[in-house]
Write a protein that binds this ligand. Sequence first.
Ligand code: CP
Ligand code: NVA
Length: 306
Amino acid sequence: MQLRHYLQFRDFSAAEYEQIFARATWIKERFKRYEPYLPLHDRTLAMIFEKNSTRTRVSFEAGMLQMGGSVINLTSTDSQISRGEPIEDMARVITRMVDIVMIRTFEQEIIDRFASHSRVPVINGLTNEYHPCQILADIFTFIEQRGPIRGKTVAWIGDSNNVCNTWLQAAEVLDFNVHVSTPPGYEVEPERAGLYGTDHYEEFRDPMDAVRDADLVTTDVWTSMGFEAENEQRKRAFEDWCVDAEMMRVAKNDVLFMHCLPAHRGEEVTAEVIDGAQSVVWDEAENRLHAQKALMEFLLLGKVDA
Ligand code: CP
Ligand code: NVA
């Protein structure tokens, strides 16, 4: 089987996403019926965290265990990373011992270097630039609730960060549109976002214009992990980029609200919206589990028929 990695959203084609979403549905339904599915009983996942995590850690660990496999968790402080072992050497060693690796780190370049020295599939569990597993789960959630995402409009309000960049890549792969509104100075950087063009997104100065007639409104923290030194400056710049009930009212009647979490109520979103009827943030978080089980199955076993 050809070695594949999942380092950015565009690493898979639309047809491959269709397969993974179908498998995620099948795996989720079976799991809900308490029917064991243990195809990875002889496989081991190593997770490397250079940044904090709740959802990514729990969903990957629970997912691998529920599919019969084993998990090893490493962080910067309890491994040789913080003592300067080259990432290439870590990749060579770890990937002789396990079957699949998930990494959460800083620059994308670090995970790219790890992957190019890896013998096994490598999954991006968040970098400064991208968070593909999050958007995999988000789009799976959208499809579950509203059907195909092709041709729909997603409004992104706030920072043009790793999650935003991944939505923009997903729009190119799955053919939908993103309306982006960021404060001045925080606009999309197409090259950093890894985009092929500018056809699938439009930037709006006023967030109210970005959300008008949107099928999905989504946002994220004003300050991402690794950028804490900019926190005070960002709090001032992002003040008007808070998703509130007024914004949700100009979107489509059946609009959904998503947030990758963790959220700061009163900053990027009001409590009324995130805890309100249009919000699907808990389904979205749960779907990290099911979507990533399908992802690991795809990377380790290839195309599995139901
Ligand atoms: N959304 C997400 O990746 O959450 P964690 O940082 O808790 O893993
Ligand atoms: N943009 C956020 C996402 C956290 C899941 C960060 O990188 O901190």
